[in-house]
Design a binder for this molecule. Sequence first.
Ligand SMILES: Nc1nc2c(ncn2[C@@H]2O[C@H](COP(=O)(O)OP(=O)(O)OP(=O)(O)O)[C@@H](O)[C@H]2O)c(=O)[nH]1
Length: 243
Amino acid sequence: MRLIQNMMSIAEYPGAETAGSSRVIKIAVIGGSGVGKTALIVRFLTRRFIGDYERNAGSLYSREVQVDGEAVTIQVQDTAGAEMTDNGVSLPDHVSCSVHWADAVVMVYSVTDRHSFELIDQLHKAVIRPGSTVAPPPVILLANKADLLHLRGVDSEQGPLLAATLGCSFYEVSASEDYNQVHGAFHRLCCQLVKQHPPTSTSTTTEKKRSPLIPRPKSPNMQDLKRRFKQALSAKVRTVTSV
Ligand SMILES: Nc1nc2c(ncn2[C@@H]2O[C@H](COP(=O)(O)OP(=O)(O)OP(=O)(O)O)[C@@H](O)[C@H]2O)c(=O)[nH]1
């Protein structure tokens, strides 16, 4: 039942094409696999924590929120997990496109996953693209799963240290335990973007950055959500019948 309620909360959630307000803020969330990217986005936008997910293929979430008293449409692009290879970090095309599309980037690692922490430096390089003439987008670093103290693989001092080296803000959060932390981190980023881009110049700035070659990110639709719900449900039924 919890699963059903949770899935319905996503289905009720406004679609990506509802950008009716004057201003659209685009955020890409990137990081290693299973660090909680989807959980963080859903938590920020719906207040809910959903424990069951399938591997992410890259969905675009959208919602109108109030930022400093102004109605703003936030579009958040979830991305597939990045992997470390012998030649550095391997970013699927979809992730690179999302980074170029975004006004700001949220990098995520899990405090329980040392590899996801070690990916961050490489991911940051992919975001800021040293030597590029285009100004890099604002970036924040989130250390997720702070509730899993017994599984901690990254010391609590290491995150802030890395963030200071990279020149970005840092937040240790738990998508499962603390809505306020997650909301605070995303909200501060939104405030920063709103201040940086006054309403009249927003669309111009955005259009300048976006290449026509970059495909629009996917948005979750009802059919996709229903399919995922059925999959999750049949997995549960299998578990129950096999006991
Ligand atoms: N305990 C705990 N579990 C979490 C937290 N955030 C996410 N999870 C769990 O971690 C698992 C992975 O979460 P996802 O949100 O799917 O992670 P992801 O980064 O989107 O995963 P990929 O799409 O595979 O890259 C899920 O089982 C979540 O329930 C958290 O803060 N605490």
